[in-house]
Design a protein around this ligand. Structure first.
Ligand code: ATP
Length: 134
């Protein structure tokens, strides 16, 4: 299988650099797979499970939230706001975050900004739990 160069960078720094066969993530318009020789492309990342397939066929999954992904002249830059490898996700923390957000949303009475924050925390926790339990 053909491979291409991938760099994954977040505000915390460069998290991955190497040759991969495939990058899959959830863009704002839906699930996206990048393979070698993909046309030049740029889009915004949504939130969901992402994975990369290394040159030796190993699959690594992660929670991927926000940011952007580009493929330019054969090199892919994945620049998410949040990227947590499956093995680094703290299951208990995600579960606790989900429960906190659910409680706030159920009790209501929040202003719009607080409601949106609680909703976003709920969605992020669901992404983390989905990746960790996959
Ligand atoms: P929490 O309420 O648990 O902080 P959150 O969704 O508000 O959850 P974020 O603001 O998205 O958290 O993330 C803050 C930092 O903590 C980021 O660096 C993120 O990668 C990390 N993080 C958040 N939740 C987890 C988790 N369950 N496992 C590992 N890292 C996490």
């Amino acid at each position: 299988m053909n491979t291409f160069q991938l760099r994954i960078g977040t505000p915390d720094g460069l998290l991955f650099e190497g040759e991969v066969e495939r990058v899959v993530c959830r863009a704002i318009t839906g699930d996206l797979a990048i393979l070698a020789n993909h046309t030049n492309y740029l889009t915004a990342i949504g939130e969901g499970e992402a994975h990369i397939v290394l040159a030796d066929g190993t699959k690594r999954s992660a929670a991927c939230i926000g940011g952007m992904i580009s493929m330019m002249n054969g090199t892919c830059h994945l620049l998410p706001t949040t990227w947590e490898w499956k093995e680094d996700i703290d299951l208990q923390r995600a579960q606790a975050a989900k429960e906190r957000a659910e409680k706030l949303l159920a009790q209501g009475g929040m202003d719009e900004a607080s409601y949106k924050t609680a909703e976003a925390k709920f969605r992020r926790s669901m992404v983390r739990l989905g990746v960790k339990n996959s």
